[in-house]
Design a protein around this ligand. Structure first.
Ligand SMILES: Nc1nc(=O)c2c([nH]1)NC[C@@H]1CN(c3ccc(C(=O)N[C@@H](CCC(=O)O)C(=O)O)cc3)CN21
Ligand SMILES: CC(C)C(=O)C(=O)O
Ligand SMILES: [Mg+2]
Length: 276
């Protein structure tokens, strides 16, 4: 275990079954990205439920304009670093662009990110037939999967930018049906990004698995943000759905604790962080 965490107060480990229990009991799930051991320790000590090694690291750590250049080797490197900073926080890692091109590649990613680096769950964007196959192949081999729908950043070229999805009736139906499909394929969790709040609420109510929103309104079972956005240090324009929790506070740990408290109370996201 990472030494700075050695004196952290004990809490029960967050697990896939405990996330399902949180949805059943109406307790909000708090998720935040981390890319290294020091931030992972901050996330752990603030009592965040899930740490996400997001492929957003391609943008906020590496300085690229999209998440597409991130490699599986890089995700393994960051996941192993984050794992050393955690003890009870559930560790989810993104499968990078096209590492899920078929079930065999997805299993290779699973072997490396779970077996080698220490992730507990893989997050995969989309619901096309080959992605549903990959979700099925992984979950059949007891690697839990978090699906990711709506504004899936790896689809940036198809969408023509980081654009809110599911605004028109047909597009909303498509995202809704994809959510049912990834659940049927075996996903244990869904990240729903950049969709109108009403669609976020409808999908959250329809699914048995917990739905974590980012720009998907306040009715989701939990929320996730990119940690540099909620610390106000992202260069340039932050997404509208994010909020600077360090503003007016004294430390990173206070900011993360405030984020966790606001997600749990329902104070975040407010109307200004949601789309209609
Ligand atoms: N710093 C950072 N934060 C993120 O949330 C994030 C990343 N990077 N990188 C990977 C993806 C890209 N994401 C993004 C990036 C930009 C917008 C954005 O600017 N959206 C517009 C909405 C445009 C519309 O209305 O269609 C916005 O105003 O928020 C959204 C998601 C989410 N992820
Ligand atoms: C924004 C979250 C959901 C993500 O996928 C990432 O950080 O890469
Ligand atoms: Mg991602």
């Amino acid at each position: 275990m990472y030494v700075e965490n050695a004196s952290a107060p004990a809490r029960k480990p967050v697990t896939v079954p405990s996330l399902h229990a949180m949805k059943a009991e109406g307790r909000k799930i708090v998720m935040l990205t981390a890319y290294d051991a020091s931030f992972a320790t901050q996330v752990e000590q603030a009592g965040v439920d899930i740490a996400l090694v997001g492929d957003s690291l391609g943008m906020v750590v590496q300085g690229h304009r999209s998440t597409l250049p991130v490699t599986l080797d890089q995700m393994v490197y960051h996941t192993a670093a984050v794992a050393r900073g955690l003890s009870t926080t559930l560790l989810v890692t993104d499968v990078p662009f096209l590492a899920d091109r078929d079930a065999a590649y997805a299993l290779e990613a699973g072997a490396r990110l779970v077996g080698e680096a220490g992730a507990a769950m893989l997050k995969i964007e989309g619901a096309s037939p080959h992605i549903l196959e990959a979700i099925h192949a992984l979950t059949e081999r007891v690697i839990p999967v978090c699906a990711h729908l709506g504004l899936t950043p790896q689809s940036v070229h198809k969408f023509g930018g980081f654009k809110i999805q599911g605004r028109e009736h047909d597009a909303a139906e498509r995202v809704y049906n994809e959510a049912l499909a990834v659940q049927d394929a075996g996903a244990d969790l869904l990240v729903l990004e950049g969709v109108p709040a009403a669609l976020g609420e409808r999908i959250t109510k329809a699914l048995k698995i917990p739905v974590i929103g980012i720009g998907a309104g306040p009715q989701c079972d939990g929320q996730v943000l990119v940690i540099y956005d909620m610390l106000g240090i992202t260069p340039g324009k932050r997404p509208k759905f994010s909020k600077d929790f360090l503003a007016g506070r004294q430390s990173v740990s206070e900011a993360i604790a405030a984020y966790a408290a606001d997600v749990r109370s329902g104070a975040f996201p407010a109307a200004e962080h949601s789309f209609n």
